[in-house]
Design a protein around this ligand. Structure first.
Ligand SMILES: [Zn+2]
Length: 321
């Protein structure tokens, strides 16, 4: 069974895995379902890993490379390895070794680092667990002797993560975490739909689709009602320049964004503000700076992102100025 843990990447991947398996909740995913999701992940890795730069489908390799540097599907020497990429992916998404056998071989088992399920002995570092230390950096995860022990369902969730991810306007991965499960599922479903299109249509770049911020804004507008705090993670696990930027959207900020989405011309407003309204709603200082330089018509439209909407002011001003 796939348990939802505290970790945003695991949670997002768990929802993506459940939706890939056609299930309404990760807790329903086990046995055959996990096998099917692992097979799907391996198949897409195999296909992407064989591409040359710019060939149809290249966007998927870009996403994998930004999450799992040096892993089998993206490693520079991937084509020279005689064993197929998909088979190597299935190897590391395979069953947990029998704990008795691990002990006989002198190994150790721990509770899973993500979900605390017992008998995890496979340890992952940066190449397969985004933003973790390298498994060779023993000093940083000395408890486990390098890497973090992960059970099979969590390993599969962490590799289903690309499907429930979208790409930001600045080309970073965007993962959204929320303790409200229906919100989390809705965001993952919206991001997954774009990932599936990219795979089916063989996108070469994520610029062919909507930016993550616009997708998320649409989900917020569609849901309207309280959806809990949304943690918006923009990140890259790039080898040289890993990045993580977290913006928190309070329930009140989401309500204001939903209202603005109903009344504003999103593209025009973004141009006028110089920032995405999601960022303005999450960061009062950024909003203050944007208001200081925005065109006059945009100021009363944008100002409510920082607090209560002002009476008699609607974003239609943008369209009718
Ligand atoms: Zn686990």
């Amino acid at each position: 069974m796939l348990l939802l843990s505290h970790h945003p990447f695991q949670r997002s991947g768990a929802w993506a895995a459940a939706l890939l398996a056609g299930l309404p909740h990760p807790g329903l995913l086990s046995g055959d379902g996990l096998d099917r999701v692992a097979a799907r992940i391996a198949e897409d890795c195999e296909r992407a890993g064989r591409l040359s730069k710019g060939e149809p489908g290249w966007a998927w390799l870009v996403r994998l490379a930004g999450m799992y540097p040096q892993s089998p599907p993206v490693h520079p020497s991937r084509a020279r390895n005689p064993r197929p990429i998909g088979a190597r992916v299935l190897d590391f998404l395979g069953p947990d070794p029998d704990p008795g056998h691990v002990a006989e071989q002198g190994g150790r088992v721990w509770p899973c680092w993500m979900c605390y399920s017992p008998n995890a002995s496979i340890r992952w570092g940066k190449d397969k667990l985004p933003l973790a230390d390298s498994a060779q950096h023993i000093n940083n995860c000395a408890v486990y002797g390098g890497g973090y022990p992960l059970c099979r369902p969590c390993r599969i969730a962490l590799w289903a993560l690309p499907y429930g991810t979208a790409t930001s306007g600045s080309a970073l991965n965007v993962t959204v975490a929320c303790r409200d499960e229906s919100s989390e599922r809705a965001v993952t479903a919206a991001f997954l739909a774009v990932s599936e299109r990219a795979l089916a249509e063989g996108w070469t770049s994520w610029r062919q689709g909507p930016a993550a911020e616009d997708l998320l804004w649409q989900v917020i507008a569609d849901r309207g009602a309280d959806q809990g705090q949304l943690d918006v993670l923009r990140w890259s696990n790039d080898n040289r320049d890993p990045r993580l930027d977290v913006r928190l959207l309070s329930p009140a900020a989401s309500r204001r964004l939903a209202e603005l989405h109903r009344t504003a011309d999103p593209a025009e407003l973004r141009r006028a503000a110089g920032h995405h309204p999601l960022d303005l709603a999450a960061d009062p200082d950024l909003l203050t700076r944007a208001l200081a330089t925005a065109p006059r018509w945009a100021v009363p439209v944008l100002r409510p992102l920082g607090g209560a909407p002002q009476p008699n002011t609607t974003a239609r001003t943008a369209a009718t100025r």
